[in-house]
Design a protein around this ligand. Sequence first.
Ligand code: MN3
Length: 241
Amino acid sequence: MKTSRKTFIKAGALTMSGMLLGVDKLSAITAIHQTNEDNLHKLQPLGYAYNSLEPWIDAQTMEIHYTKHHQAYVNKLNDALQSYSELRKLSLAELLGRLTNVPEGIRGAVRNNGGGHWNHTFFWSILKTGTQPGTETLKRITNDFGSIDAFKEKFEKAATSQFGSGWAWLIEKNGKLQVIATANQDNPIMNTAEIMGKPILAIDVWEHAYYLKYQNKRADYVKAFWNVVNWERVESILTSK
Ligand code: MN3
């Protein structure tokens, strides 16, 4: 490996120090850390049953999505990092926040699979039935979008109009909320992102996230998503420094 950890961190820190502070804290919340002695990334426990989000997201989709798709991102990320012991010491958020410093030979694999691991870990954490937007969430959304309905409309539009596979996000950037979409497994904590920010909420619009139940009707899945947003978690992310 040509890039030493010190050089790698220094180069990243020059442009990324402010942002990294935020994402490192976020990664602590979502516990995306490789804690074993081999520094391997691991699939985190889902924390709820596969059928918890029925009828809006079906148990079979959840099981395949988590045990097959998500696990595959984790495995391929570990494969890519196999001969890069220094990079394996970094948290996933650190790795993605300094993606441009990752050696070119594995950068694509880290972007796709590290992104896939981070995005899904985050996604599982913001899903729950039966919650309502909190006080701060309502205040911030109303302030930046006009109303909760105006926000939902904007988010749904980003999710349905994302061409092919990708994600729609609610992010915070410079203290303001905004809606963005990313292709494939890209996300707003990557330093290659067009718009970087702190992820507050996200929806996976890859077909594997909805096809078994909704087939080609992505818009129906996106509408149903509002029934499974964990607003308590959104409130906690929004109010965390
Ligand atoms: Mn997915």
